[in-house]
Design a protein around this ligand. Structure first.
Ligand code: PLP
Length: 467
């Protein structure tokens, strides 16, 4: 007995196909059982013969049924002990997953970007130009290292704006920090087993290295960045650092410490991973040149991303490898396909070649500068001397350290969420217990200038209330 539903979006022949297939796989229709003739079944279902013919043909083509001359269709013997759920039913049952995060009235998450900031017109024209120019390339995978033109453009940009010294042959295009670090960790695990990370520090690289068998050794961060004595004492041989804008505290590692860190790498056969994730966003003075540019021949793996200025949804980032790791990297991943769509790599190459990228950086720097200043003003006004700002002047967030906070971070985050405020927990960046002070990470990228003041006002009311 089969039932067809004319209101269902699934075509009638497909509904019939699914039901017969399910009965064949579950054994309800046993091997060699004869199926009704096309005409009989069409009459029984009050459908057209094409519907039945279509279902039978598909079942036949996939081997669920076979035909005997002038006798019709029969069920094929299938060695299948487990009865699968009907595909059509399974599809109907599975609902679109609910959004992971509720929408907040005030979203202070530090990873949010300006919702209107994406350069739609320039990106569209770069993408269309790519489609027009290289349709034949769409039948290719592209090389693992990434599009040559894009790498050349990134090389010029990095040299000009970040002082990074390398040729395009040392640049690898990747789909974000974690994916690039995964390749690096797998490569390094032969000779290294412990990774030093900043504490507090960006939390996501930890899991990547742990998954590759590394031990994670936290090293304290002071006003000069990662503590070098602590690094030496940790006996780690790889260090992940954010020297141009420490994540999350925002310090810049002074040049003397940078040189000492490089010395640690060069004299001990150690490796530095420099994550230069948002150095375009410096609101006063000039951007800080990279660590890599100080000693391009040292074992420094330099990582950058398009996530902060352009879009994290593109999953487009780059990595500059030291010469010493190039051969090993190519040997290990020579047969891999690229992880970023060639189309988007090409579009990005055009976006850069037309000067859109640098123009966009200048535009976003102005946009975020205004939001940054609005954030500082609102904090000053609503927290006064009850809070101290750390790490102002760059990036997409500041840290607010609360003086004599009446409650713990978890309570503040819970109460804030109940009032429509999203906060990312600062404690996630800390390894080894809850910090003694209460610090809030206040991202301003995703908020409009007009939202910042009322958001901070509301936050101050619940942070400063007497318990
Ligand atoms: C410290 C740090 N590095 C890198 C990134 C960017 O990573 P991805 O390129 O995977 O988007 C971020 C994004 O928030 C970050 O905070």
């Amino acid at each position: 007995m089969f039932i067809l539903d004319v209101k269902d979006k699934v075509p009638l022949y497909r509904q019939l196909y699914n039901q017969i297939r399910e009965q064949v796989l579950s054994g309800k229709l046993p091997a060699h059982a004869k199926l009704p003739s096309v005409r009989d079944l069409a009459t029984e279902l009050q459908s057209s013969r094409n519907t039945v013919e279509g279902a039978y043909q598909e079942l036949f083509a996939e081997g669920y049924i076979y035909s005997r001359q002038r006798s019709g269709y029969f069920v094929s013997p299938i060695d299948q002990p487990v009865a699968p759920v009907s595909r059509s039913r399974a599809v109907r049952k599975s609902e679109r997953p609910r959004q992971r995060e509720p929408r907040f009235r005030f979203d202070f998450h530090p990873a949010r970007l300006d919702p209107d900031g994406f350069p739609m017109a320039q990106w569209r024209s770069s993408l269309l130009e790519t489609l027009r120019e290289s349709p034949a390339e769409l039948s290719h995978y592209g090389g693992f290292q990434g599009d040559w033109e894009l790498r050349c453009n990134i090389q010029r940009y990095l040299e000009r704006s970040r002082g990074v010294m390398c040729g395009p042959e040392r640049i690898f295009i990747g789909a974000g920090l974690q994916q690039s670090l995964d390749l690096v960790a797998h490569l390094l695990r032969k000779g290294h087993s412990a990774l030093a990370v900043e504490n507090p520090g960006y939390h996501l690289p930890r899991a990547v290295f742990q998954n590759n068998g590394f031990e994670i050794r936290p090293v304290e961060v002071g006003s000069g960045g990662m503590d070098l004595e602590g690094l030496r004492a940790s006996r780690s041989t790889v260090a992940y650092v954010t020297p141009s804008h420490q994540m999350p505290l925002g310090q810049v590692m002074p040049v003397a410490n940078r040189l000492n860190l490089i010395d640690w790498a060069m004299s001990g056969g150690n490796v530095i991973i420099e994550d230069d994730y948002d150095s375009e966003l410096r609101y006063y003075g000039k951007p800080i040149p990279s660590l890599q540019g100080l000693r391009p021949d040292a074992d420094i793996i330099y990582l950058g991303t398009f996530s902060k200025i352009l879009s994290p949804a593109l999953r487009l980032s780059y990595m500059v490898l030291p010469s010493s790791l190039l051969a090993g990297f190519r040997a290990l991943y020579g047969d891999y396909f690229p992880t970023v769509s060639l189309l988007e790599q090409r579009a990005m190459a055009k976006f850069m070649a037309h000067g859109y990228w640098e123009r966009h950086i200048r535009r976003m720097r102005i946009v975020y500068h205004k939001k940054h200043d609005a954030m500082l003003k609102a904090i000053e006004q609503h927290f006064g001397d009850r809070g101290t700002v750390i790490g102002a002047g760059a990036g997409l967030h500041v840290i607010l350290e609360l003086q004599n906070a009446p409650c713990a971070e978890s309570t503040i985050i819970r109460d804030a969420a109940a009032r429509g405020i999203n906060l990312f927990p600062f404690s996630v960046t800390c390894i080894g217990g809850t910090p003694a002070w209460t610090r809030l990470m206040l991202g301003f990228g995703g908020m409009s200038v007009a939202e910042i003041d009322p958001g901070i006002k509301l936050l101050s009311e619940l942070c400063l209330k007497v318990p």
